[in-house]
Design a protein around this ligand. Structure first.
Ligand code: GCO
Ligand code: MG
Length: 405
């Protein structure tokens, strides 16, 4: 077998409609692999971590040794875990899987064991400034073929709400060069949420898989009450009902409601969800390829979750690049306990910058048959799209207290 040593590891930071961090690993046999290391609002930290601390250690390593390289970067850092470290490790890991699959001449999902299903069921985002606006948005996504839709709407009396765009542009929360301040009222939201679900079910019935993201805003007992008040609407899931640093918080929610629970988009290691999974406190684990250590670590989380009947529901916002999305689709297709995949379509400019083999049709996505993960980068165009500082908002309660955004 031809030698395959890493000869270059280049970090590309570019802003084709929004910021992305890409790692390109080139090997001595002339192949290259691409990985996504985008961490929304903290992109340059990952870029520096990769460029200054990871790239020098990669040169000369055997590109075929994916697991060994993962362990080398994880154990070798001494300072384990954390979003920056794990996004950097993920970028290397996905680039190496891309390389290995290209070398094998097969799409990555084949290398991961072949497909477990016909395609990847995805959910879309519907939102509105009013209930009518939300219903129109749901109708639009049904027309596009989606069978699963997340609903978010402006809460009366609350000026800015997570998941609802300011104008008519698609929702993109990292929209300002310093953090924008939002105001939050849990009581107003708790009163409104059942009304919103009632309107959606009354108009579209119960065939639609309905999802909702509480975006870490509630205390455990508030989350329990919300879950209970939504039971009749048969949600597919209630997401991020409460922050999960304290995994035991979910035990309290679980005791009170049968509404299915999803959490984990901000997790970066299996240890962040060990108890949530082993005690069956959640139904869906939302860790992503990009923020949870790449294909290698995400497979470990999914296998562990499978033991306890927990299914996957990978995070898939626009702040993961098409490389992250492509890698996720190969992963989704190849694991037995897949649940659903989030799909927030990228801006046309992003899609142009990252040409990709994956496709969407009738509520499903497919990673395509190109060797590797099937996502490319228009490297020559990177200079045209320099990094643009962009922060996520912060959030305060009505009395000014800092809250979770
Ligand atoms: C989701 C998420 C995102 C996050 C975003 C932050 O469910 O898709 O909650 O919208 O807010 O990824 O960068
Ligand atoms: Mg979310």
């Amino acid at each position: 077998m031809a030698e395959s040593k890493i000869v270059d590891a280049k970090v590309i930071v570019a802003c084709p409609a929004r910021n992305f961090v890409t790692l390109k690993i080139t090997t001595s046999d002339g192949l290259y692999g691409l990985g996504d290391g985008t961490l929304n609002g903290r992109e340059l930290a990952v870029a520096a971590y990769l460029r200054d601390h990871v790239a020098p250690c990669l040169i000369g390593r055997d590109a075929e040794r994916i697991e060994d390289t993962w362990q080398y970067l994880y154990r070798g850092a001494y300072w384990r875990r954390g979003p920056v470290t794990m996004a950097a490790i993920a970028a290397v890991d996905v680039a190496l899987w891309d390389l290995k699959a290209k070398r094998a001449g097969m799409p990555l999902y084949q290398l991961l064991g072949g497909r477990c299903r016909e395609g990847v069921t995805v959910y879309a985002h519907a939102n509105g400034h009013s209930l009518d606006g939300l219903l129109d948005s749901v109708a639009h996504h049904i027309e596009l073929g989606y069978k699963a839709i997340r609903v978010q709407a402006a809460v009366p009396g609350v000026p800015d709400v997570y998941g609802v765009p300011h104008g008519s542009q698609p929702y993109e929360p990292a929209d300002s060069s310093l953090p924008r301040e939002e105001t939050w009222s849990t009581p107003k939201y708790m009163r409104f949420a059942p009304e919103m679900m009632e309107a959606v079910r009354a108009r579209f019935g119960f065939d639609l898989a309905l999802l909702h993201d509480a975006h870490h805003r509630l205390t455990p007992i508030e989350a329990a009450a919300l879950g209970k008040s939504l039971e009749g609407y048969r949600l597919f899931w209630l997401e991020d009902a409460t922050p999960a640093e304290n995994q035991e918080a979910f035990r309290l929610i679980r005791q009170h409601t049968t509404t299915p629970l999803a959490v984990g988009e901000v997790f970066n290691s299996i240890f962040d969800c060990q108890r949530l999974i082993s005690e069956q406190l959640i139904d869906y684990i939302r860790t992503s390829v990009v923020h949870a250590g790449g294909i290698t670590h995400l497979r470990r989380i999914a296998s562990f979750a499978g033991l306890y009947g927990v299914r996957t529901g990978c995070h898939g916002p626009t702040d993961l690049s098409p490389i992250g999305m492509g890698a996720a689709l190969h992963f989704d297709l190849s694991i037995p306990n897949f649940g659903i995949q989030e799909h927030m379509p990228h801006a046309p400019l992003t899609d142009e910058f990252f040409p990709h083999a994956y496709t969407y049709a009738n509520g499903m996505m497919h990673p395509g048959e190109a060797p590797g993960h099937g996502v490319e980068i228009d490297e020559a165009a990177a200079e045209k799209f320099p990094y643009k500082r962009a922060y996520l908002p912060v959030c305060r309660l009505e009395d000014g207290t800092m809250h979770n955004w």
